[in-house]
Design a protein around this ligand. Structure first.
Ligand SMILES: CC(C)(COP(=O)(O)OP(=O)(O)OC[C@H]1O[C@@H](n2cnc3c(N)ncnc32)[C@H](O)[C@@H]1OP(=O)(O)O)[C@@H](O)C(=O)NCCC(=O)NCCS
Length: 172
């Protein structure tokens, strides 16, 4: 498995694969901004938006590949406001359902933390649905729970769920 950084040009040929990965995660009930069923068009539009963001210095995209298949991805949003030039948000971590439990998310998180360090970002923030496997993963990786916001996002079953906000100070 290799993790690599994707730029605004190289993402274009990967969009169909990335869209399929996003659809797989959304269909599995993940809380990553969308509700199932996620159409091809919605998934494509999302990744074209990421391609635009990659043209700026404020977004980093990593993908995990196994035998030339994209099996996971994560993004880093680098804060652009002057008082947050040391801060970044980790977003849209997802691993294909068929490849979960193999340490791929762990590798993506370590790689994205290295990218953050290289970019001079030491305060990392993220949020996740309370009680999801991701909350356990982030805790194991040293992220501290800042708090939970009740009724933050809607799940596929229609219920509103709590979102946990977490942070990690890379300097610590
Ligand atoms: C969260 C997610 C990225 C984890 O990916 P993964 O590649 O399976 O995770 P890893 O194999 O690297 O596992 C990392 C840790 O999480 C734990 N973990 C993974 N899946 C788990 C599960 N279903 N239940 C409990 N723990 C789980 C692993 O056991 C491991 O901890 P350990 O070292 O103590 O064993 C994956 O489940 C996913 O894509 N979920 C849907 C998208 C999502 O919710 N993303 C988070 C957005 S904030």
């Amino acid at each position: 498995m290799k993790v690599q950084r994707i730029n605004s040009e190289s993402i274009l040929k990967l969009i169909p694969k990335l869209a399929a990965l996003l659809q797989d995660s959304v269909a599995s009930g993940a809380s990553i901004g969308f509700l199932p069923p996620l159409t091809d068009e919605e998934a494509d539009n999302y990744w074209h938006g990421v391609a635009e963001a990659l043209k700026t210095p404020h977004r980093i995209l990593l993908v995990a590949e196994v035998e030339q298949q994209i099996v996971g991805t994560v993004q880093l949003a680098l804060e652009s406001r002057p008082n947050g030039s040391h801060r970044a948000e980790i977003m849209k971590l997802m691993v294909h359902t068929s490849m979960r439990g193999n340490g791929i998310a762990h590798s993506l998180m370590k790689a994205v933390e290295s990218e953050a360090s290289r970019a001079g970002r030491s305060t990392l923030i993220l949020d996740t649905r309370e009680g999801d496997p991701s909350e356990h993963l982030y805790s194991k990786l040293g992220y501290t729970r800042a708090g939970a916001i009740p009724e933050y996002a809607r799940s596929a079953d229609g219920n509103l769920h709590s979102t946990v906000v977490m942070y990690k100070l890379l300097g610590d």
